[in-house]
Every structure is written in C-alpha cells, then in structure tokens.
Ligand binder design. Structure first.
Ligand code: TYD
Length: 153
C-alpha cells in the first residue's frame, strides 16, 4: 500500500467544498490515514513549492495558499499516488477532464482545489513535511475484501 499527501486548498475551504472533495477520495476506497487543519506559513510554502521558485507566480501561489487555513490529508491505498493524481486531474482546471476533481470544480490554474503528491519520493517527503509520525494512523479498514482481490493488497 502507498500513502500520499493531499491538501485541500484555501479555495476549497472558501467554497465550502471540503465534504465533497473528501467524499471523492473516500468513495474511491482510499483509507484516510491522517487529517488536520493548518494555516500554512510562508516558510513551509517556500519549501513545498521550491520546484517553482524561479517561476513568476511563485509568490502569488504562496499568498493564495495562505489566505486561510487548509486541510492536509494523508490517503492510503494500492498505487494511491497515481490513483489520487488521476482523480485530481490536470493542473489547470479549465483543461482538466470532466469527472476529475479539478475538471468538475475548478476554472483556474491556481484555484485548483487540491494539491496531490506526484511521485513516491515526493509523497514521503510531503507527508513528513505536514504530519508528525503520531498523526498518521495505521488502523485497518474492515472492508478490504470488498475493495480489492486478496492478491492485490
Ligand atoms: P505544479 O506542481 O506544476 O502542478 P500540480 O499542482 O498539478 O502538481 O504547480 C503547483 C501549483 O502552482 C499548481 O497547483 C497551481 C500553481 N500554478 C500556477 O498558479 N500557475 C501555473 O502556471 C502553474 C504551472 C502552477
């Protein structure tokens, strides 16, 4: 099983979409391993978006990510990193396919509802960036045999 990090961005909180977006991941069959509300500092955002620090929109996204608290979530499942990226859709909400979260809820490249880790390496770093070990819970879902064949997990 893989774990991945999702951030429900400020636009999601402001538009009262928290429940709907969390529900997408729940209904897919992912296990919620951790969740909390946090107001992101410029420091943590600079680290999180370090790959974009040369881009002209670097400060703009950091400002947009700190207009209000966000919800950080850790989801677990088989191939969870790819599964969550596929559910999330293309970065620009206007180009994202219908049926994806960004395709269904976003008209913007910046106000695009969620952040989702894009590789196993990034997921491990991002989970550690936002959660302490004791905030990640390793309980078992009692419906695993309804979610997967017994050789899939
Ligand atoms: P990026 O890591 O490229 O995309 P993704 O979120 O799909 O992994 O970019 C991070 C965030 O930066 C993106 O979610 C929104 C913002 N962004 C812009 O505001 N303008 C842009 O042109 C791009 C590429 C990203």
């Amino acid at each position: 099983m893989e774990k991945t990090l999702v951030i429900l961005k400020p636009c999601t909180i402001q538009r009262s979409l928290i429940g709907e977006i969390v529900s997408r991941f729940e209904k897919k069959g992912l296990r919620l391993a951790g969740m909390k509300m946090i107001w992101l500092s410029d420091e943590i955002l600079s680290e999180h978006y370090a790959h974009l620090k040369e881009k002209p929109f670097f400060q703009r996204i950091k400002d947009a990510m700190s207009v209000c608290p966000v919800i950080v979530c850790c989801w677990e499942g088989v191939d969870a990193i790819n599964v969550v990226r596929t559910l999330t859709g293309a970065t620009n909400g206007r180009n994202a396919a219908p049926g994806t979260i960004r395709g269904d809820y976003s008209m913007s490249v910046q106000e695009n509802i969620v952040h989702a880790s894009d590789s196993p390496e990034t997921a491990a770093i991002e989970i550690k960036r936002f959660f302490s070990d004791t905030e990640i819970y390793d309980y078992k879902l009692n419906n695993l045999s309804s979610l997967y064949a017994n050789d899939e997990f």
